[in-house]
Ligand binder design. Sequence first.
Ligand SMILES: Cc1ncc(COP(=O)(O)O)c(C=O)c1O
Length: 389
Amino acid sequence: MTGVAGQDVTVVLTTLRQRLDLDRLTNIGFPSALDFDYTELAPFFGYVLNNIGDPYVDGVAGRHTKELERDVVEYFADLFHAPPDDRWGYVTTGGTEGNASGLHLARTLHPDAIVYHSNAAHYSVPKAIDRLGLTSVVIGSGRNGEIDYADLRVAAGEYSRRPAIVVANIGTTMTEAIDDVSKISSVLDELGVRDRHIHADAALAGVPLALLDRHRRPGFDLADGAHSVSVSGHKFIGSPFPCGVLITRGSLRERIGRPVDYISSIDATAGGSRSGHAPLFLWYALQRHGSDGLHARAQKSRDLAAYTVRRLASVGVAAWRNALAFTVVIETPPAAITNRWTLASSQGLSHVICMPGITREQIDNFVADLAAVRDLGLAAIPTPEPAAA
Ligand SMILES: Cc1ncc(COP(=O)(O)O)c(C=O)c1O
């Protein structure tokens, strides 16, 4: 028999698990927290959970988790200082959908706007701009990855009669650099650009930064001049599947939502049928960790990142990190290292991201491999046999 049917399911699943178990040991380049345990939620895979429509309008069907989705949205709305009487949001499929929805919202409010984003923005930003048919200007960034405010001033000055949509990176993909939303707002103020929408792409760093004390926390949320903020759920919080959260003002959502009679709800989200499991998992993680637990995990990751910089320096590898970042940046090492340790690389730079669940032992093994490849000129590092199940 050909095709998918007829395969030995046990063999396929065992092989898949072995690959995933190996990846767990060596994937230190992509930002997914690994320290989660959702076993208690296993029974909910026996249910259809569909949060079709708006989280704040239940609709006719009962097979949803909208009450938990609202709790999740309220938690993030508090975290990102959305006004209690003017807030809205929903659980997305990830940071990409959050950016696309933030930009869609912005375009609805300011159809003639020019979009500004730095050349360090995630590829989901130009993708959404393209799909929405928006006009954009790419702004330069400094060596650490932060947007160049002088360049923004020049570019936005040329179009100062047009509304501005600015995507601020709150943790760039490669170096976890943070654009200052207050400075961006000041640039637009100076130019007299009053019609604006600032979307904060805070995929990885939004939650860890928001939990910092007031005096250490960079300004990037709705109280600092942003109009929408998006985060990924599977990055810092951690979940077995991609998800995220978008937060904005309720009054802005009023402009995009359309009632749909047969679902008895409002259509303001990118998807129609939406996962009910994702809000359930995020709600559970928030309950189990609490803000203090999340903050402690973030600090542990920063400590591990500082340790990584020191360990790399001890073997003569130059490494650096932005303030408060989990991300450690190095020059791209040989392919033997980038392949084995799943390092993301771009324009000569690679990074290690010290996500919750990554251990000092993994960092020590990585540093030892890096030193060995350099000293012995190894082209490949042998992959250990997976442990017997
Ligand atoms: C800054 C930034 N924004 C957006 C995204 C996209 O997020 P997701 O993979 O959850 O769609 C990423 C992913 O790495 C990112 O680094």
